[in-house]
Design a protein around this ligand. Structure first.
Ligand code: CTP
Ligand code: CA
Length: 226
């Protein structure tokens, strides 16, 4: 019923959304990850579909139902996410990178379970590919949206990332604030764009926040057309 009541203002868009954490294994039973729940990305995918967009959702491991009507690709590591995103990119007119991609992975994945032999254990990590940076380098006419979760200097850090990665706008949130961040159903977001506009939004439901993010996508699309 919600879908019937939503204005279909995104029928011309193919929105590629990434969501959730990635898992970086160091042996067959252990991995490094983060607390991302995937809720923000899933909310964006759900709302974009309701607004009539074609939606591809590339998701790390999460405990959420797949939104109705979206193309869903399930991945685990950052490198798998990169490959799935690059495969879907040619079709996409909008890319929204809500995933919390692990910046590092164990340099070696042991074939056998690591046994506890010594008093300490060092696991060497190496950098993962920066997926959104790679998209930014071949953005063409796409609208590229990134996220930034920060614990300090929110605006400066977010603007730095937006410019470095060639995003059209960035959705920043301060993890130290009550009601923001990975696990809950709410978020407190600040949207920053390339024209220096800043929209500081109050605490809202992640579905509602997703709506505001998609309104911003629409605004940028209209601005480009005129
Ligand atoms: N991102 C990505 N690939 C990575 C790391 C991040 O695509 N390997 C994307 C995220 O999905 C997000 C944006 O980059 O949209 C910003 O992520 P964030 O972790 O805040 O920034 P980093 O550039 O990784 O910087 P740092 O973690 O050092 O703050
Ligand atoms: Ca990071």
């Amino acid at each position: 019923i919600e879908s019937l009541l939503t204005v279909k203002d995104m029928v011309d868009e193919h929105v590629l959304v990434t969501a959730g954490p990635t898992r970086e294994p160091f042996d067959p039973v252990r991995f490094i990850t983060n607390y991302s729940s995937g809720k923000m990305g899933y909310a964006v995918a759900t709302m974009a579909r309701r607004r009539g967009a074609t939606v591809t959702l590339v998701s790390g491991p999460v405990q959420l139902p797949i939104p109705a009507g979206v193309f869903h690709v399930s991945v685990s590591s950052a490198r798998e996410m990169r490959d799935a995103v690059m495969a879907a990119l040619p079709e996409a007119t909008v890319v929204i990178k809500a995933a919390a991609v692990a910046d590092y992975r164990p340099a070696v994945r042991q074939d056998q379970k690591i046994k506890k032999k010594n008093e300490d254990l060092t696991v060497k990590l190496e950098r993962n590919p920066d997926i959104i940076h790679e998209i930014g380098a071949k953005k063409e006419d796409r609208i590229l949206v990134g996220f930034a979760m920060e614990s300090e200097h929110l605006v400066e850090h977010a603007i730095g990332k937006m410019v470095a990665k060639n995003m059209d706008f960035i959705v920043a949130n301060d993890v130290t604030k009550e009601g923001a961040g990975f696990q809950g159903d709410t978020n407190i977001i600040t949207i920053l764009d390339r024209d220096g506009e800043m929209q500081e939004l109050p605490l809202m439901d992640k579905m509602e926040a997703a709506g505001v993010i998609l309104d911003k996508v629409r605004e940028i699309r209209e601005r480009r057309r005129s």
